[in-house]
Design a protein around this ligand. Structure first.
Ligand code: UDP
Length: 414
C-alpha cells in the first residue's frame, strides 16, 4: 500500500476547481479572519458529519478562522435515545418514553458542565447536542444549528421536545430546502460535500485497486456491485441483497456490502447480524466490517466497482453517492433525501423505489458498458460543480459573514 500523501492545503484544490474559486474563498475569509468557531457533534468517526468536519476544520483554520471540533459525551442509553430520535425525525414510528426524554436532558446537562463553550460562533451539528444552547446566555456570541437530516415530516413528539431549543439559535442550516421546516429563526441552505484530495477520494492506480479487491476475496475480472454504508436499516442492506439476487439470475456479478459502526449508532451490530445471515449461502456476497479510517480501502472498493448502490429508505444527504460519482461510477440510489439531487435519474445513475427497481437498473447498467462510462462522466462533472469541499467552505464562510450582518441584504467584500 502506498503511504498516505501529506494533508492537502487550500491551494492544492486549485487544480481541481480552478484558481478563481480559491481566490474567492480567500477574499471571503479575510472578512471573518480570527473568529473563533466551535463545532460540536456526537461522534468522532463514522457517518457523514464526522467525515466532513475532519476536512473542513483544518481548511477553515488555514484561511484564518480559529475553528475547533469537540465531540459531546454520551453513554449507550443516550445514543439509543438519539438514534430513536433520529429515526423519528426522519418520520419513522418510534416509541418515545418520558424516561428517554429525561436521558436526553440529563446528558445535555452533563455535557454543559464539562464542555468549554466560549467561541464567537458555536456550530451545533444535528439533534444530539442541540440542547447545549441552554448555555447561550453565558457562552458564545452566535449559535448555529446545523441540521444534516430531513426534519420536514418528523414525529411531532420528538420535534415538539426539541423545538424550544432550536428556537433559541441565531440561525439554522439545512442540507436541502426539502429538509427544512417552518422556523422562527433564519435558515440557510448548504449542501454537504466531499473532499476530492482526501485519502477516500484521491486517484488510485489500477494495481492498488486490484490489490484491495483481492485482499477481500473479490474477483476483479467479474462485475462488482457495492454499497458502502453503516449497517443501518434505513440504508436497506437487505434490499440491496434482494436486488443483487434478482439481477444475479441473469447476470454474473458479486456484491460487496461494506460498512463500519459509528459510536453513536447502537443498532449496528444487530443489523450486521441480519445482513450476515441473509448473505450466508452465497460466496459472491462479501460483507465487510471495516474498522474506522479504512478510507484507502473504501476508495479502492468503490473504484473497483461496476455499480454503487445507495438504496436508502430514508437518507440525509448520502455522501457515499458523491463519493462514488466522483470516481466515475454510476449509482443506483433510493429516491429519498439528498440522493435525489446527486443521482439525476438516467443521467448520473438511476433512482429506484424497490429491490425490483434496483435489480432492473443494475441489469441495464451491467448490459451496457457505454452507458456506464457516460453516466460515470456525468456524475464526476455533477460533483465537481456542486458537491466539493471548496463550495462547502465558501458557504460556511458566507453564513459566518451573514451572521455578522443580520440586518443587511448586501455585504460589500473589499
Ligand atoms: N463510511 C466509512 N466507513 C464505513 C461506512 C461509511 O468511512 O464503514 C463513510 C462513507 O464513505 C461516507 C460516510 O461514512 O463518507 C457516510 O456518510 P453518509 O452521508 O453516506 O451517511 P451517514 O452515515 O451519515 O448516514
Amino acid at each position: 500500500m502506498e503511504s498516505p500523501k501529506p494533508v492537502p492545503c487550500l491551494a492544492d484544490y486549485g487544480d481541481v476547481v480552478g484558481p478563481e474559486v480559491i481566490e474567492e474563498i480567500r477574499v471571503l475569509a479575510r472578512r471573518v479572519e480570527g473568529r473563533r468557531m466551535q463545532n460540536i457533534n456526537s461522534t468522532p468517526v463514522g457517518g457523514g458529519v464526522a467525515e466532513i468536519l475532519t476536512r473542513l476544520v483544518p481548511l477553515l483554520n488555514e484561511v484564518g478562522v480559529q475553528a475547533r471540533w469537540d465531540v459531546m459525551r454520551g453513554d449507550n442509553a443516550f445514543f439509543a435515545v438519539t438514534k430513536a430520535f433520529h429515526n423519528a425525525l426522519h418520520g419513522n414510528k418510534e416509541t418515545i418514553t418520558d424516561q428517554m426524554l429525561d436521558v436526553f436532558r440529563a446528558t445535555t446537562a452533563m455535557n454543559l458542565q464539562h464542555l468549554d463553550l466560549g467561541d464567537d460562533v458555536i456550530w451545533i451539528h444535528d439533534p444530539q447536542p442541540a440542547g447545549l444552547v441552554d448555555k447561550r446566555d453565558q457562552a458564545g456570541r452566535k449559535w448555529v444549528w446545523r441540521c444534516h437530516i430531513d426534519v420536514s415530516a418528523p414525529d411531532p413528539r420528538v420535534w415538539n421536545f426539541l423545538e424550544p431549543w432550536i428556537r433559541r439559535y441565531d440561525a439554522s442550516i439545512f442540507s436541502m430546502p426539502e429538509f427544512a421546516r417552518q422556523l422562527s429563526i433564519p435558515q440557510f441552505m448548504v449542501t454537504p460535500s466531499i473532499d476530492p484530495l482526501a485519502e477516500k477520494n484521491r486517484e488510485l492506480g489500477a494495481l492498488e485497486i486490484t490489490a484491495v479487491l483481492e485482499k477481500y476475496g473479490i474477483d476483479p475480472q467479474r462485475p462488482v456491485l457495492t454499497q458502502i454504508s453503516r449497517f443501518d436499516r434505513l440504508k436497506d442492506p437487505l434490499g440491496v441483497i434482494k436486488s443483487y439476487q434478482l439481477v444475479k439470475r441473469r447476470h454474473d456479478c458479486q456484491l460487496v456490502l461494506a460498512g463500519g459502526g459509528a459510536t453513536d449508532d447502537p443498532e449496528g451490530a444487530e443489523v450486521l447480524a441480519e445482513v450476515q445471515k441473509a448473505a450466508a449461502d452465497d460466496r459472491d456476497i462479501k460483507v465487510l466490517l471495516l474498522p474506522p479510517f479504512s478510507d484507502y480501502e473504501i476508495n479502492a472498493l468503490v473504484r473497483g466497482s461496476t455499480i454503487v448502490f445507495q438504496k436508502s429508505i430514508r437518507e440525509g444527504f448520502g455522501l457515499t453517492v458523491s463519493e462514488a460519482l466522483w470516481k466515475g461510477v454510476p449509482v443506483i440510489g433510493g429516491a429519498v433525501g439528498g440522493i435525489r439531487v446527486q443521482v439525476i435519474d438516467g443521467v448520473t445513475g438511476f433512482l429506484v423505489h424497490s429491490p425490483e427497481g434496483g435489480a432492473r437498473a443494475a441489469a441495464r447498467l451491467l448490459e451496457d458498458a457505454e452507458l456506464r462510462r457516460h453516466m460515470g462522466e456525468n456524475g464526476r462533472s455533477h460533483v465537481r460543480q456542486n458537491f466539493l469541499i471548496t463550495r462547502h467552505l465558501k458557504d460556511y464562510l458566507l453564513v459566518m459573514l451573514a451572521l455578522e450582518y443580520p440586518e443587511d441584504d448586501v455585504v460589500t467584500l473589499q
